[in-house]
Ligand binder design. Structure first.
Ligand code: HEM
Length: 475
């Protein structure tokens, strides 16, 4: 394989594995003979236009590929991507229509080794009743976390400790620090593990290896990042299985007050499913939230007015609280401007650029035909940065969120039956971290170390921050 094709396979793999599934949508409309396929270009045999589609670009920009295709063919066009005929949608209405019209009982299998790396029971790959069952377990975990004082305190405690560890530092690689922070939060909440627990350290190291392989060439050749990732996943699963067995020995029930206690009492789950849900939550909860934290910190570094307003909001909350008094859910709900900042970072930064769906029946949309069996890719970033939907779309402007209509024009958490159940949890963790960060530090980020869509979100330089400790009035 030549070097120039390596990124295609890599990106093919990640493009698929990031959305982690091909879902079938079923829309009950009859095929009409006068319907036309959208215009477009099917590209080269097999590879189609995949290489151009996946070319890395600033995540707060529309790629050249999308721009050129939209101006030539319109916002909905046909192509050939990831080895299959595809309709690409940069149209908000169609994206929402697709997200909300899933038929859960008909899911296609997915190739490129994703089953191997994620495990066959991963929520991202299953469908129907099994998906419903595991999703409801994940939702109950997230709901319990949001309303648990202990967990909210822990988010704050870990934020304070992380930020405290930077007091002697002039520079930090923020993205890595954020990843560690969010993984330890998940480990505490799921398994009652503290960062210094030897098992937590083992899981963290295996996770780093796992994530490296997750974005590498998906060929099982011993010694490659991919092969190491599969082994790391097997080790994480075995560690989780060991923890489950140990807990069972002591007796299932409310021993530690964590999620594992909770799922051990659920008789509808077997141990393999328990391990899979734990892995899904670790993965989904840690990568995305750390990405969100990094985006917020990056955009705020370039937006002094927004940062000032954010600081004022957090100072007001701090002043109202007694010294050392913990943040709670009500405080989070009052962080209105913070929520604008987070939403705007998601709109501009496009943590998840697109997801995969597939039509099970012929679909008619605005006179177009989407034939049964074709893949459909709703491109979230294209609508997030669409000038017909958002005024000055490339400008980071949290104030646009004062208009309630803005939230109807973005889909950073997907939609429909697979809408992200961790939305509020990820936002809350980011908001609590920001509360202490803006209170303690000024920071600079290099403008050129911008977020990249690879298509997973990445900072080439790891988002190096230059830190300066600030004098506090209170707290
Ligand atoms: C903070 C930023 C986050 C973003 C931008 C995000 C984005 C998304 C998106 C777009 C999907 C849908 C994928 C699809 O339709 O194919 C999704 C699914 C999911 N997310 Fe999140 N997520 C975030 C945080 C979290 C957190 C903190 C958790 C859990 C602790 C979580 C758990 C999940 C799970 C379990 C699914 C699969 C749902 C299903 O298939 O039914 N996410 N996320």
């Amino acid at each position: 394989m030549t070097a120039e094709f390596m990124p295609v396979y890599l990106a093919l793999f990640f493009g698929l594995s990031y959305s982690l599934k091909l879902l079938w949508i079923s829309i009950f409309k009859q095929k009409s003979t006068d319907l036309q396929l959208p215009k477009g270009n099917m590209g080269w045999p097999l590879v189609g236009e995949t290489l151009a589609f996946l070319k890395p670009h600033k995540s707060n920009s529309i790629s050249n590929f999308i721009q050129e295709h939209c101006s030539r063919y319109g916002k909905v066009f046909k192509s050939h991507l990831f080895g299959t005929p595809t309709i690409v949608s940069c149209d908000l209405e169609l994206n929402i229509f697709i997200l909300q019209n899933e038929e859960r009982n008909k899911v296609s299998s997915i190739g490129f080794g994703v089953h191997d790396i994620l495990g066959k029971l991963s929520m991202m790959l299953i469908s129907g009743e099994l998906h419903k069952k595991l999703r409801s377990v994940a939702i109950s975990f997230i709901n319990v976390s949001k309303s648990s004082h202990e967990f909210l305190h822990y988010v704050e405690k870990l934020s304070v400790s992380l930020i405290g560890s930077w007091k002697e530092e002039k520079r930090i690689l923020f993205f890595k620090e954020a990843k560690e922070f969010t993984l330890y939060l998940m480990l505490k909440n799921l398994l009652n593990m503290e960062p210094e627990d030897p098992l937590a350290v083992r899981i963290f190291e295996d996770f780093l290896t796992f994530m490296k392989g997750f974005v590498s060439l998906p060929l099982y050749i011993p010694g490659t990042a991919y092969a190491k990732a599969i082994k790391a996943r097997t080790r994480i699963s075995s560690t989780l299985m060991e923890v489950i067995k140990e807990r069972k020995k002591i007796g299932a029930g409310q021993v530690n007050g964590d999620f594992l206690d909770e799922i051990l009492t659920k008789e509808c789950l077997n141990d393999e499913e328990r391990v899979s849900v734990l892995l899904d939550l670790l993965l989904a909860g840690y990568e995305t939230t750390s990405g969100l934290m990094a985006l917020v910190v990056y955009f705020l570094a370039q937006a002094p007015f927004a940062l000032q307003q954010l600081k004022e909001e957090h100072q007001t909350i701090r002043k109202r609280k007694k010294d050392g008094e913990a943040l709670n859910w009500e405080d989070y709900k009052e962080m209105e401007f913070t929520s604008y900042v987070i939403n705007e970072a998601l709109r501009c930064g496009n943590l998840v650029k697109f997801v995969h769906r597939k039509a099970v029946k012929d679909v008619e949309f605005k006179g177009y035909l989407i034939p049964a069996g074709w893949q459909v890719l709703p491109i979230f970033s294209a609508t997030h940065l669409d000038p017909t939907l958002h005024h000055n779309p490339f400008e980071f402007n949290p104030q646009r969120w004062t208009d309630p209509a803005t939230s109807k024009k973005v889909t950073p958490f997907g939609g429909g039956l697979r809408h992200c159940p961790g939305t509020e949890l990820g936002k809350l963790e980011t908001a609590f971290f920001l509360h202490h960060f803006v209170h303690n530090f000024r920071w600079k980020a290099k403008e050129e170390d911008y977020p990249m869509s690879c298509p997973y979100m990445e900072f080439k330089g790891g988002l190096e921050l230059e830190l300066e400790l600030v004098q506090k009035n209170k707290g």
